[in-house]
Design a protein around this ligand. Structure first.
Ligand SMILES: [Mn+2]
Length: 254
């Protein structure tokens, strides 16, 4: 696993600017996904970025994370992701993203969408099923704001986000955190869905380039798992993986 990495470029206005902080959820079972996600961001970024993995064992060692793992937590960063504003010293804007993303566009385009009037910004997927009961009559489980927390731009200096102390992140419920219950609805800005394009759910509309993913989210599992080797956009991820591995090999040889 590679730690913090900064690419030292210069902003479009010609002046050196503070790097954009990106925190990527890290899970030891998905190390390769993390590396490929990171590579895909760095390769396309025209602005300085700083990529930090959110590693649960490190947070435990630092005394920032102590909650017991619940049975419903599918990754090691299910809750630790909400430490993003704290990890950014409650200053400026920072992004959190799951490791199962593949970036296909310049992160500057996403950063340019930032609007200081919001406390956070994210893709506001609408998962509400049309039927309230399934075909067999069982009640359909509705998860409000499902997947919203998988990629979030945090206005870390916003007063409302001061709530997200380690104490709160370690004790609050999944519903409180994942549904952003510390915020009012109008404090949550909206980002086009192509920045959190859910593989298997969102679709590209033929002939409409605005529907092509800028970031694919392999939310069901990606090609780094055998079962998902043939999922949609698997070819793009595998190509990126090869590039990352060739680059890593060269670094090791030098
Ligand atoms: Mn995910």
């Amino acid at each position: 696993m590679t730690m913090t990495m900064t690419n030292g470029s210069v902003d479009a206005n010609g002046g050196a600017s503070k790097p954009f902080k990106i925190f990527v959820g890290y899970d030891p079972r998905e190390d390769l996904a993390y590396e490929v996600c990171r590579h895909s961001i760095l390769k396309r970024s025209s602005i300085p970025v700083e990529i930090h993995p959110i590693v649960q064992s490190e947070l435990r060692n630092k005394g920032l994370y102590w909650r017991e793992r619940g049975k419903l937590e599918s990754t090691e960063f299910s809750f630790s992701r909400f430490l993003t504003p704290h990890l950014a010293n409650f200053e400026g804007w920072a992004m959190f993203v799951d490791c199962d993303f593949l970036y296909l566009a310049d992160i500057k385009e996403l950063r340019d969408l930032i609007d200081d009037k919001y406390a956070i910004m994210c893709v506001q997927h609408d998962y509400t099923p049309k039927e309230t009961t399934k075909m067999d009559g069982a009640v359909q489980t509705v998860y409000p704001r499902k997947n919203w927390s998988s990629m979030v731009l945090y206005n870390c200096g916003h007063p409302k986000n001061k709530v997200l102390t380690p104490e709160v992140v370690n004790k609050e419920t999944g519903a409180f955190l994942h549904r952003f219950q510390w915020l009012a609805d109008e404090e949550i800005g909206s980002i086009p869905f192509v920045w959190n394009f859910l593989e298997g759910h969102n679709k590209v509309v033929e002939g409409d380039s605005t529907t092509f993913p800028k970031a694919v989210h392999y939310t069901r599992g990606g090609p780094w798992f055998d079962a998902w080797k043939n999922c949609e956009f698997a070819d793009l991820w595998l190509k990126e993986m090869e590039e990352y591995e060739n680059k890593a090999k060269k670094v090791a040889e030098n």
